[in-house]
Design a protein around this ligand. Structure first.
Ligand SMILES: Nc1nc2c(ncn2[C@@H]2O[C@H](COP(=O)(O)OP(=O)(O)OP(=O)(O)O)[C@@H](O)[C@H]2O)c(=O)[nH]1
Ligand code: SF4
Ligand SMILES: [Mg+2]
Length: 402
């Protein structure tokens, strides 16, 4: 996916699950109208989840994910099944591909229970309908399709789009609810050696885009020209890069609302309240504690060394403790968090809301507090109450000592 495409975190994730040979890969190909996935009569052809960013009508940009079979009995089968199930963490709509004319297997039934436990939308389709006797395609709740003949494929695309549109309508906006039509939002973006050459990073682009959609006026300044900008305009909201939070807080009058890109992202991805609660764990950190810094992308990170160098240095100085730091990146979030005292998530602009919330649930289930980059920086600088108090549902008093 190029930088000009819709980011994967913004695309609904549609994942296809099922037994080996059910026709998952064939169905992905039929829906996209392209030979993306390898198809064969040999069981276990797909060995790793394969994802592809696509535009399919009438849905628009989305991410289709083909997975290995849920009944893979090969030597590596258990690992492949675990990888398939891990895909559920970032799936917005699960499609269970069964075969027409047979009843659900034990694995398929267990999968349905798994999806229901995650409160995830599920679509069950019975593939290979072409092999049924005419008139036999009536089973309740099952969508009869044929990847081979194209039978019901346009209807399946429509149904997928409808189910996902319901999700989209419930989505949290990024910042346009904070700055009204015609009001000014001033973005403070440092252009230093850590900034990528020739472009803005994704959270900055997304905030600008959201302001435009809300008919607000988005202005951009560097920290150096912030005083000049504030002399010329009176913004309703200032949004800054977390790294310059303290300088921006000092120079922005208290009467102007101030927050960071990272805090807006945590709200957008649905875990801000938990992250504000989780940050209070920094005051309980002890010598020898290990902190997990979880980044959402792999190499060519857009956030440079903020998670790996700067926050660790600032946290050690703030707490005065001898802390250890471990890092995870991309989709490789560890399932076992034993020995982790605090988990600090990045803004997660490359990941979808479900993935961020699933990381949160996984950590909280193991009693590991979770917070995020911008929140931990704001808390260390003593400006967290101010940085959240303008957000609906927050007053700033959520932060202890505020
Ligand atoms: N008759 C018929 N055969 C189909 C249909 N869809 C897929 N097949 C065949 O079923 C076999 C398995 O298809 P795949 O798409 O590779 O199945 P899969 O679920 O991805 O299998 P694994 O990757 O092994 O888990 C192939 O021989 C396909 O040609 C269909 O609608 N009708
Ligand atoms: S590290 Fe996180 S916030 Fe930074 S660019 Fe990657 S996904 Fe986005
Ligand atoms: Mg396959």
């Amino acid at each position: 996916m190029s930088l000009n495409d819709t980011p994967s975190g913004e695309r609904p994730h549609i994942a296809f699950f099922g037994l080996t040979n059910a026709g998952k890969s064939s169905l992905v190909n039929a829906i996209t109208g392209q030979d993306l996935a390898i198809v064969s009569e040999k069981k276990g052809t797909t060995t790793d989840p394969v994802q592809k960013a696509m535009e399919i009508l009438p849905l628009g940009p989305c991410l289709l994910i083909d997975t290995p079979g849920l009944d893979d009995t090969s030597e590596l089968g258990a690992k492949r099944i675990a990888r398939s199930l891990r895909v559920l963490a970032h799936t917005d709509l699960a499609v269970l591909v069964t075969e027409a004319g047979r009843s659900l297997s034990r694995e398929e039934q267990a999968f349905i229970q798994n999806v229901e436990a995650e409160h995830l939308p599920l679509l069950c389709v019975a593939n290979k309908a072409d092999l049924l006797e005419p008139g036999a395609q009536k089973a309740k709740d099952l969508f009869f399709v044929s990847a081979r003949t194209g039978y019901h494929i346009p209807e399946l695309r429509e149904t997928i789009a409808q189910r996902l549109c319901q999700n989209e309508q419930q989505k949290q906006v990024l910042c346009r609810d904070l700055v009204g039509c015609g009001e000014i939002c001033l973005l403070v973006i440092p252009i230093d050696s850590a900034a990528p050459k020739g472009r803005l990073i994704l959270p900055q682009q997304q905030v600008l885009r959201d302001l435009l959609e809300g008919q607000a006026i988005g202005l951009v300044t560097s920290p150096q020209t912030l005083p000049l900008a504030l002399n010329k305009v009176r913004p309703k909201l200032v949004v800054c890069d977390s790294q310059v939070f303290d300088q921006v807080a000092e120079e922005t009058p208290d009467s102007i609302a101030l927050t960071s890109f990272s805090i807006l992202m945590a709200r957008y991805k649905g875990y801000l309240a938990a992250a504000v609660k989780g940050v209070q764990a920094i005051d309980q950190l002890k010598d020898g504690d290990t902190i997990l810094m979880a980044e959402g992308c792999t190499h060519h990170r857009q956030c440079e060394d903020i998670g790996t160098v700067k926050i660790p240095r600032w946290l050690k100085a703030h707490t005065g403790k001898k802390l250890n730091f471990v890092t995870s990146s991309g989709n490789a979030f560890p399932e076992d968090l034993s020995g982790i005292a605090l988990c600090v998530l990045c803004g997660g602009c490359m990941l979808n809301a479900r993935e961020m919330q699933s990381r949160l649930r996984l950590a909280l289930a193991q009693n590991v507090p979770v917070t995020n980059y911008g929140i931990v920086i704001a808390a260390m600088r003593g400006i967290l109450p101010r940085a959240i108090s303008m957000l609906p549902g927050f007053s700033g008093r959520e932060v202890s000592g505020a």
